[in-house]
Design a protein around this ligand. Structure first.
Ligand code: ARG
Length: 469
């Protein structure tokens, strides 16, 4: 930041200072400025200005020479920004005025003509949309990379039995692959949601000007075409004041993080020696400064923790908007930090999650032992009896008694002798052991969406195809 302005920068009176008899208070200047954080929009601001200037030139609202001068100036500015030499100046309030002043310094009056038929209100709305569109594309790719990592894990363990839980109590056997595929589905819907949100982000506010449109004969469609927007924002008041595209994005992002958080929570449990289901690679664990034996799952813990802040940003934006009358209000300047932090948090979290997933080893023997421990095939025994003609409620009762006995004898259901099992129901024959094993139980759930290894492999195939979309 350069409060004085670097050499070569115009001395800065506020762009709008002509209206006032005394200069703005220092405290107000600092309080109202956004350039410290909205600098991030600079490349998109330039992109938008270039399209606007080209349209102005095509409509003969500025001369061809002015357009060329603007192009040259903006390209110099882009270089300066990329190289970190751009003289950012707090006196110039925000990214838009900083770039405009620099442009005018570099190319003279042409720079002053750029703002014809435009306001910072439609300009900033356009910048955020360009920025967010770009980030949505990047985040969708990161989601796909996360899914790809999950799919590889799922493929490797399409037939590895583990206990499936409800209420965190052992319920029925599932495969580890099936469990991973549940998250592939969640992230797939997240990717769909972002694609859907992108359509509403991808509309052009420019032309709305301050709030009422402009009296210049501009061609908004041309600007939309140049910037690859799929539609115009149809109402000028709405165009400058609406931020629901950003709120919608934050809602989709909060859901992504919620899914990440659930997965993280499971990983945290599973790496605990009490479960010992998986091991996270050393590079993704941290030690304790006091307890030498510790391997802490800091990455999933932080991911779980950061979910709170993303959900918080969604609340911040909803609250920011709820009391605003039409049209633009300065409140809207407060949209940026929550939005940027949401994008950053999602980006870094998905990046590290995809990397971490590639460093996970699954402890198949521990999963199997845990699946055997909790009488997870009890439902299979009940289903077996039902298939032999017993009403389900009676079968439930018979199996409950068999489970109690097995518990007393300290064995699994398949550890009971045929004779013992038959003492509970004579419908039981030797073929019962096929359904009492984990493999028998898994294989029997052979319907679409079920946990049978063949179904899991089929689901993996479909998901791999969907990854291309
Ligand atoms: N920095 C402002 C924002 O982020 C740009 C728009 C300013 N418009 C205005 N009328 N003061 O919203």
């Amino acid at each position: 930041m350069n409060p004085e302005g670097k050499p070569g920068q115009e001395p800065s009176a506020k762009t709008w200072s002509g209206r006032f008899s005394v200069p703005i208070a220092e405290s107000v200047k600092t309080y109202t400025a956004s350039v410290t954080f909205d600098q991030r929009l600079a490349e998109f601001d330039i992109q938008g200005s270039l399209a606007h200037a080209q349209m102005l030139a095509e409509a003969a609202l500025i001369s061809q020479e002015d357009f060329l001068a603007i192009q040259t100036g903006l390209s110099t500015i882009l270089d300066e920004i990329r190289q970190g030499t751009f003289p950012w100046n707090l006196d110039d309030e925000d990214v838009h005025l900083n770039i405009e002043r620099r442009l005018t310094h570099l190319v003279g009056d042409a720079g002053k003509r750029l703002h014809t038929a435009r306001s910072r209100n439609d300009q900033v709305a356009t910048d955020i949309r360009l920025y967010l569109r770009h980030e949505i594309d990047r985040l969708r790719e990161l989601l796909a990379a996360t899914q790809a990592a999950l799919l590889d894990l799922a493929e490797l363990h399409a037939a590895t039995p583990m206990p499936g839980f409800t209420h965190l109590q052992v319920a029925q056997p599932v495969t580890f692959g099936h469990h991973m595929m549940a998250y592939v589905e969640m992230f797939g819907r997240d990717r769909e949601r972002l694609a859907d949100c992108r359509h509403r982000v991808n509309r052009l506010p420019l032309g709305a000007a301050a709030l009422a449109g402009t009296s210049y004969p501009i061609r908004r469609e041309r600007v939309a075409e140049l910037l690859d927007f799929e539609a115009l924002c149809p109402n000028s008041l709405d165009a400058v004041s609406d931020r629901d595209f950003a709120i919608e994005f934050c809602a989709a992002a909060a859901l992504v993080m919620t899914h990440v958080s659930r997965l993280s929570e499971e990983f945290i449990l599973w790496t605990s020696p009490r479960f010992n289901f998986i091991r996270i690679g050393d590079a993704f664990c941290t030690g304790s400064s006091i307890m030498p034996q510790k391997r802490n799952p800091d990455v999933p813990e932080l991911a779980r923790g950061k979910t709170g802040r993303v959900t918080g940003h969604l609340m911040a934006l909803l609250t920011l908007m709820k009391g605003q009358p039409l049209a633009y209000n300065k409140d809207n300047q407060e949209d940026k930090e929550p939005l940027f932090d949401t994008v950053d948090t999602l980006g870094t979290t998905l990046t590290i999650l995809a990397e971490m997933l590639r460093q996970i080893t699954v402890n198949a023997p521990a999963l199997r032992a845990a699946a055997l421990e909790g009488f997870s095939t009890a439902t299979d025994l009940a289903d077996y009896l039902v298939k032999k003609g017993m009403p389900f409620r009676d079968a439930h009762e018979v199996v409950a008694r068999a489970v109690r006995l097995a518990e007393e004898q300290g064995c699994d259901l398949s550890g009971l002798s045929l004779q013992t099992l038959r003492s509970h129901s004579t419908l039981i024959d030797a073929d019962v052991f096929a359904v009492l094993t984990l493999e028998g139980s898994l294989a029997s759930r052979n319907i679409p969406g079920g946990t049978a290894p063949d179904q899991v492999r089929a689901a993996i195939q479909v998901a791999r195809l969907n990854l291309q979309r």
